[in-house]
Write a protein that binds this ligand. Structure first.
Ligand SMILES: Cc1cc2nc3c(=O)[nH]c(=O)nc-3n(C[C@H](O)[C@H](O)[C@H](O)COP(=O)(O)OP(=O)(O)OC[C@H]3O[C@@H](n4cnc5c(N)ncnc54)[C@H](O)[C@@H]3O)c2cc1C
Ligand code: SF4
Length: 553
């Protein structure tokens, strides 16, 4: 047995590439507010901002029209979004007070729910912990939510630029002045082809980074500006499938225990999406100890359990996908989410409550706060960090921080393993987070040591009906990447064979392979889940429209 310390093999964040202290090009597109990322955070921000302007103008407030732009790396809205999802409708109600809940893009209301502790053959129903209660919430597809929010934003005059990944922040002194997009039409050697389109600069008085989990620009901004947090951000990887099923599911189901080893944190979900359709997935903390752990494979094995098999057998896999989730909670929140000309919203800031597996309503709420802060700053003609810090105060006084504070140590307690963590989490629930007191220190995931065994366990052979290989899975993600684009993954040098194995197990999309003692990288397979950006090779934006084409995730 040997050990791997992932951070030793991880290249540094390419800050000089991501933060550009240079003026925008002469053809730059001028915006008042530019939002990076058309997820729930970015689109809620755009909608709220457009409405604030309309309301102000109607009330004679004198606000000029604003040019609001949203950049999205997916070819069309929703194609790069993946969630569970059970949605707390709170932020929808606040953003659309004029609409009845039936008008929201939800699938069905949660009427029943159950939590099980699994062993390989059995499922023991356990009482639903208060943090996991979803009664009265709604199951939904985040792709549908995003498409719907995009329509609302479009109707309000927001400019939606799909297929335009932001590649770098344009800065002047400490101020963010806009972004530069990634070029497209390059060949493998970065030479322009006939379809070459050069990067576009977009300038803005306020740039809102709402790029989701493990955001590259938000990481770069924080390093560049020295924005810290009490604990480093940590992540989980969620692998998810959508199935057409013969047997209806009427409950929201969560499971703990098998197939995870007891020293890994995580659990599974199975949600009814309507008659004959379910979403199921497995979420695992990336601080797991066994370098051979393969989350895609664990999900495949999990489907053979009678609890899942009885629903899936005879059905059909419709879609597959993967994405990371920020799991650090309260102690991993940045000291500030505002700066000169800049705001951070949603997962990019880490607004996720892990015990309840909720982030959508926090993302939307933070997007609305960002809109209010940007609006007030523009109206006052002052977009300095001091003016935009109103955003931090709104977040701090809201249910976002209150909820994350209540569960502040729950995820962190599981670093000592499932049973110790479960006992501590129980006490935290009973005492509203007060016991055990103090902050649990967490290292960054890449600084957690892994055990690497030279004798891997039994290989798993998918049957192609109920269980699938990574290659089949990527196909079901609708991956649309041109085979001939330059690699967007920055891999360390001299990767030892056991680290190549570790990456191969980690990546759910089969991007990394160990061939002999070498690492082979099949970059076009990447579905942008960002897991290796957390633990290994760095992810950077690539030609717009590359990556998955999720439809109902
Ligand atoms: C497996 C899983 C299950 C979950 N279950 C639930 C649940 O049941 N309920 C719940 O409330 N939450 C759940 N969450 C969390 C929830 O999905 C997120 O908190 C939420 O989607 C965050 O919204 P966001 O707008 O901040 O980010 P995202 O939804 O990730 O949107 C960010 C957008 O930015 C785009 N983008 C990224 N980088 C760039 C770039 N450089 N240029 C241009 N565009 C870019 C992305 O393509 C994406 O469209 C789950 C998450 C996962 C992964
Ligand atoms: S290479 Fe792409 S798909 Fe694989 S883990 Fe990294 S981000 Fe995810």
């Amino acid at each position: 047995m040997s050990t791997i310390l992932p951070i030793r093999h991880q290249p540094a964040l390419p800050i000089a590439q991501l933060i550009r202290e240079e003026p925008a090009g002469a053809d730059a597109i001028e915006m008042d507010v530019l939002i990076v990322g058309a997820g729930p955070a970015g689109l809620a921000c755009a909608i709220e901002l457009a409405r604030l302007v309309t309301r102000d103008q109607a009330a004679g407030g004198g606000m000029a029209d604003l040019n609001i732009g949203v950049l999205e790396k997916a070819g069309s809205l929703g194609e790069h979004n993946l969630s569970g999802a059970v949605v707390n409708p709170r932020a929808f109600r606040e953003l659309f007070p004029e609409l009845a809940v039936e008008a929201f893009p939800f699938r069905r209301q949660v009427e029943r729910e159950a939590v099980y502790l699994l062993t390989e053959k059995r499922a023991l129903r356990v009482p639903t912990p208060p943090t996991m209660r979803n009664h009265g919430y709604y199951t939904a597809s985040i792709c549908e939510i995003v498409r719907w929010l995009g329509e609302q934003a479009g109707e309000l005059g927001v400019n939606l630029f799909a297929g335009f990944p932001a590649d770098a922040l344009l800065v002047e002194g400490p101020a963010v002045r806009g972004v530069r997009t990634a070029p497209s039409g390059l060949d493998r050697n970065r030479q322009p082809t006939a379809t070459y389109a050069e990067p576009t600069d977009l300038t803005a008085k306020v740039t809102v980074i709402a790029e989701g989990t493990r955001g590259l620009l938000s990481q770069a901004y924080r390093v560049w500006q020295g924005v810290r947090s009490s604990n480093p951000q940590i992540f989980a990887l969620g692998v998810k499938e959508i199935w057409e099923t013969k047997r209806p599911l009427d409950s929201v189901i969560h499971t703990l225990g098998w197939p995870l080893p007891t020293d890994a944190f995580g659990g599974s979900f199975m949600y009814p999406l309507g008659p004959g359709q379910v979403a199921l997935g497995l979420v695992v903390g990336l601080d797991y100890h066994d370098a051979g752990l393969d989350i895609h494979e664990l999900l495949q094995r999990m489907k053979l359990h009678p609890l899942f098999r009885s629903h899936l057998e005879g059905g059909q896999l419709l879609e597959w996908g993967a994405k990371t989730i920020p799991e650090g909670g309260y102690y991993a929140l940045p000291d500030r989410c505002s700066g000169d000309g800049l705001l951070l919203a949603g997962d990019a800031a880490g607004f996720v409550d892990v015990p309840s597996l909720k982030g959508i309503h926090y993302a939307m709420q933070s997007g609305m706060f960002a809109a209010r802060a940007a609006f007030a700053a523009l109206k006052a003609g002052d977009v300095s960090g001091a003016a935009l810090s109103a955003y931090d105060r709104m977040v701090a006084q809201s249910y976002i921080v209150a909820d994350l504070y209540r569960t502040r140590n729950m995820r962190l307690a599981f670093k000592d393993g499932f049973y110790v963590g479960g006992a501590k989490a129980g006490l935290m629930t009973l005492t509203g987070g007060r016991f055990p007191g103090g902050k649990i220190e967490m290292p960054a995931d890449a600084s957690a040591m892994r055990r690497s065994s030279p004798h891997p366990g039994r290989p798993f052979t998918p049957d192609g009906t109920l269980t699938f290989s990574k290659m089949d899975a990527v196909f079901k993600a609708g991956n649309a990447t041109r085979d001939t684009i330059p690699s967007h993954l920055v891999v360390g040098t001299d990767i030892p064979a056991e680290v190549a194995d570790f990456y191969a197990h980690l990546c759910p999309a089969g991007v990394y392979e160990r061939v002999g003692d070498q690492l082979r990288v099949n970059a076009p397979n990447c579905v942008d889940c960002k897991a290796t950006d957390v633990l290994g090779p760095r992810w950077t934006p690539r030609e717009g429209g590359s990556g998955p084409q999720y439809r109902a995730m």
